[in-house]
Design a protein around this ligand. Structure first.
Ligand code: AMP
Ligand code: ZN
Length: 115
């Protein structure tokens, strides 16, 4: 989608530190980390949020997204410490880039409930 930051990163038009890539998703390091480990799992196909994925696309897209997440957890060693997954959905929930992504945060103690 033209004008979308993450679509530009996926297309290689904007540089990012890529930890993982396959045909369905990429994982990059967040440019403004909120924890010692802060990665973003991003599907290559543009949808603004989870609830925007049409039924016919959901199984393939979500399976690809979860697979990239799973690979990253095991490859980074995050699996042996605590980590938190966050999907901000909508501006009031803190979403600033309207291309679906899962935050992986780890490497520090966290509070509950989140702010
Ligand atoms: P959200 O606020 O949930 O939409 O998350 C968007 C995330 O993208 C934020 O944590 C930003 O720090 C991150 N971000 C913005 N621009 C870039 C970039 N060029 N490379 C990597 N991460 C970015
Ligand atoms: Zn996009």
């Amino acid at each position: 989608m033209s004008g979308c930051l993450f679509c530009k990163i996926i297309a290689g038009e904007i540089p990012a530190e890529k930890l993982y890539e396959d045909e369905k998703a990429i994982v990059i390091r967040d440019i403004n980390p909120q924890a010692p480990w802060h990665f973003l799992v991003i599907p290559k196909k543009h949808y603004s949020a989870l609830h925007e994925i049409p039924e016919h696309d959901a199984p393939t897209l979500l399976c690809g997204l979860m697979n990239a997440l799973h690979q990253t957890l095991n490859a980074t060693g995050l699996n042996s410490n605590g980590y938190r997954l966050v999907v901000n959905s909508g501006a009031s929930a803190g979403q600033t880039v309207f291309h679906l992504h899962i935050h992986i945060l780890g490497g520090r103690d966290m509070q509950w409930p989140p702010g």
